[in-house]
Design a protein around this ligand. Sequence first.
Ligand code: ADP
Ligand code: MG
Length: 687
Amino acid sequence: MRLTDPVTEIKGVGQKTAALLEKAGIGTVEELLKYYPRDYKVYGSPLSVDDSSFDDKGSAAYRVHVTAQAKLAGRGRLKMVILSLPSISGNVQAIWYNMPYVRNQLVPGTTIILYGRLCRKRGRRVLEHPEILSEEKYAERLGGLWPIYSLTAGLSQNMLSKLLDQVFAENVLMQDLLPSALRRQYDLAEYNYAVRQIHFPDSHEDYLMARKRLVFDEFFEFILSMRMMKTRSGLSPNYFPVEDFSGGRALISALPYQLTEAQAKVVEEIRQDLSGPTMMNRLIQGDVGSGKTVIAAIAMAAVVRAGWQACMMAPTEVLAEQHFDKLSALFEPLGIHVILLTGSSTAAQKRKIYEKISSHAADIIIGTQALFQEKVVYDKLGLIVTDEQHRFGVHQRELLMKKGVSEKAHVLVMSATPIPRTLAMIVYGDMDISVVDQKPAGRQPIKNSVVGIEYRPAAYRFIEKQVRMGHQAYVICPMVEANEEIDAENVIDYSEKLKRALPQDIVVTYLHGKMKPAEKNDIMNRFVKGEIQVLVSTTVVEVGVDVANATVMMIENAERFGLSQLHQLRGRVGRSDSQSYCIFIYGMAGAKIKERLEIMRTSNDGFKIASEDMRLRGPGDMFGLRQSGDLNFSLGDIIADSETLMLASDAADKVMASGDYPDPDANQALRAMAERFIYKESHVMTL
Ligand code: ADP
Ligand code: MG
């Protein structure tokens, strides 16, 4: 078996399984090996249900003595097997849905191990869908970590583990690009060992070593290719000098407010860049709500007045649409023509849009990645703005370079994730960095509360009160729809629940990323216009959405989100001079969860939150939380893995500094790898 073989070469994989794997992006043996687990089950010493007071232990094993026959309950299609677990505090149940056959495994008089997450449901403690294991079987697993993969329909955990097992049994070796001297220097595991251990760790230590190695590779590849590109392109001369900043000034005078000092300072930096001897390549970092959009708008106005086009790319259609609406209103009175281009424009619309772009009938083009499709030909593209840069894949910047546009246009990227400066210098090493460290005047700090689900009725009354004052609210749920395996709120059921809990005249609607673009836009527009008062949404609204009239952000299952993400979500409110509120609701409350949420309660400062996040989450945090999202590395997290990031940066510097590091052959191989990375197709996150 070779790495490049199609998965059908693996025994037992027919066309049908291959098609399922294909959907998960797995076509070859190598792609299967690189399909890393998203989390692990940790098989620790079994607990007793008695010492499971309501303190979330995550998934855990419980030793249970089966005293009585399990009951079969439920109506219609939903059949449940319920096993009562004797406990001093009473009322603990294990429940399986639509699996009547599990009763055979629950023999009265025997002792078994149930592995699952104990949660609270309607005042009861419930183990939902636990795995059933004999004591002997569990003893074999004790201390081990079992992989959990992201699955697409039709695939199962077992299937993936089995396939991987088979591949490992064949001992297909992959070439380790890092020579042993370099590995020793940075304390990195061998590559084949790492890939094997990331799937099937022998121990927690092995897992950490494996992860460190693979994260290192990911960072190293990225950093090295960035450094190579920087050297290659050098500093391109300024093809689009903007000597006269009057376009920018015209926009500033048309604004209904004064720029903050921080905004004015960044505008000045941009003015100097645009008129300077080389092309601008600048990152604007600023906390949510610091007013980055208008800075980009000023730059675009200046470039357009000088006779060129400018474009602005957003990671979601929802956001592109919003920028289009807001910016057209600003630009059109100045005689600057703006158009919108997204993936969901129809073919006929696109033809017209392309025509307007190439004929320069459009000055400013706002859109998603559709802005850089083959067919789009700009007349004179002088400035490319990327909003929420961190939400695009790591290949984003390369993609632009590959298209040959970024060397020949000024580049301005905006990011709201405040990462510590040392890390920003590594990840954005090729750019100048500006920081907007001030919010518009008159913003009141958001008031936060962290509460359990029993607080919901009070929260609903509070939302009602705010709506009666003319405001609007967001409610965030982690899931789109109900899922038997994951005990978390979903937008569809939740919006029904909320409609019943609130008076009928309050309009409640839901929004999620899987809806059709036109539907999403329609809902966002109605929310912007105030026709919808309460928007129950997934995190699609996390990035950039700006509805100043919204004053309440309520986040269900707040324990499931990363701190930076919670901060971004909270940033959707507090965008006007009205007092805003953020209610974090936790569905589970362990000490660690409380500590994390306490940070959110006591701080509204994105930088502080990012560094606390870094303190709390060591490398390889296995809480299964979404990572900080920066640049979407598949395994690495620039905050939690910051130490590895620095090592990778150091190694990349050395490779760049000398053709003999770590040795001449390896140096060549590493440069070639970075080269391939540059030209890899971009994996851009779609929401
Ligand atoms: P972000 O930095 O999160 O992208 P936005 O650019 O969306 O923030 O700005 C947040 C809100 O603040 C917008 O409604 C914008 O119009 C407003 N805003 C921006 N700058 C100022 C200012 N100097 N004074 C008052 N409001 C401002
Ligand atoms: Mg923004």
